[in-house]
Design a protein around this ligand. Structure first.
Ligand code: C2E
Ligand code: CA
Ligand code: CA
Ligand code: CA
Length: 278
């Protein structure tokens, strides 16, 4: 038993070591990719459920490795987030997203561009001044910008995080709470957070129709979001039957393969141009 225990420990060490080298490799890959400009952006459309009109886009980052193969953000974002590289990457993403989308929102003033912001970046330095400067230099209007934050932002300091979010909202930026339901959010503080949009995580959308509890849970989130004065968006919607359920619960917005996969900038621009100009 002792020998087996040892062996178990050995295997565990090996797995840990290889996870560590993997992460180190990815970190190096990220550094190279930043240097060599191997990141690019995709834009996934978001729609109003009521009339299927375009609401805007979520900015999603993509990376190619040195050989030109795409690496999934699910793989490299967590590694970036564990290091200071995420701040650099976030700034690259936001700067590029606002620069290329500025002419699009200038033509379509109703379109909202949503950008993910890691907790580390938001809490680092003077984030709201950074964003204000970026809005000024790109000419991107604050009211067309939405920042997506996750519940992890509130773990260390609810007060501090709320203060920063309020400052951003004062400028006219919207705040979305991403991956809602998967993390730390609790009813006890949700009503104190300056949030405009709740994003129901795909894992809950996946449970729609598979069991009645799944439906009840999604319904409860939507109702609660509305009580709190938020809009609610469902992410990862893939089927008409999920859409029917969400419609029945008066969910406001939809993002998912059913109505649109992540697009290249050119494709996103063309999609926006099909919308009537208000
Ligand atoms: P997320 O923010 O929850 O983004 C949604 C993810 O779900 C995206 O994957 C999107 O392509 C995918 N998705 C959307 N609709 C569907 C659907 O109907 N079916 C399926 N199967 N998937 C759908 P992606 O682009 O691979 O991103 C994964 C995660 O990586 C994101 O999850 C986010 O946490 C992170 N990420 C991506 N881009 C950025 C970024 O620019 N900044 C930061 N900080 N994180 C990012
Ligand atoms: Ca997101
Ligand atoms: Ca999300
Ligand atoms: Ca998610």
């Amino acid at each position: 038993a002792k020998a087996r225990g040892r062996q178990g420990l050995c295997m565990f060490r090996q797995e840990m070591d290889s996870a560590l080298t993997d992460n180190l490799q990815i970190e190096q890959m990220l550094r190279d990719a930043l240097q060599e400009n191997r990141f690019f952006l995709a834009f996934q459309p978001q729609y109003h459920i009521s009339d299927h009109s375009l609401r805007g886009f979520e900015t999603l980052v993509r990376m190619r490795d040195a050989k030109g193969n795409q690496v999934s953000p699910g793989r490299f974002i967590p590694v970036a987030e564990a290091s200071a590289l995420m701040i650099q990457l976030d700034q690259w993403i936001m700067g590029n997203a606002l620069t290329c989308m500025q002419p699009v929102v200038a033509q379509h003033p109703d379109i909202i561009l949503s950008v993910n912001v890691s907790a580390r970046n938001l809490l680092h330095g003077d984030f709201s001044t950074y964003v204000q400067n970026l809005l000024r230099s790109t000419g991107f209007p604050a009211r067309n910008l939405e920042l997506e934050v996750t519940e992890s932002l509130f773990i260390s300091s609810l007060e501090h995080a709320s203060k920063i979010l309020n400052r951003l909202r004062d400028i006219g930026i919207r705040i979305a709470l991403d991956d809602f339901g998967t993390g730390y959010a609790s009813l006890s503080y949700l009503n104190r957070l300056p949030i405009d949009l709740l994003k129901i995580d795909k894992s809950f959308i996946d449970q729609i129709n598979s069991d009645t509890n799944g439906n009840a849970f999604v319904k409860a989130i939507i109702t609660m979001g509305h009580v709190l004065g938020c809009e609610v968006i469902s992410e990862g919607v893939e089927s008409d039957s999920q859409l029917d359920v969400l419609k029945g619960y008066a969910c406001d917005l939809l993002q998912g393969f059913l109505w649109g996969k992540p697009l290249s900038f050119e494709e996103a621009k063309q999609l926006a141009q099909k919308e009537p100009i208000p």
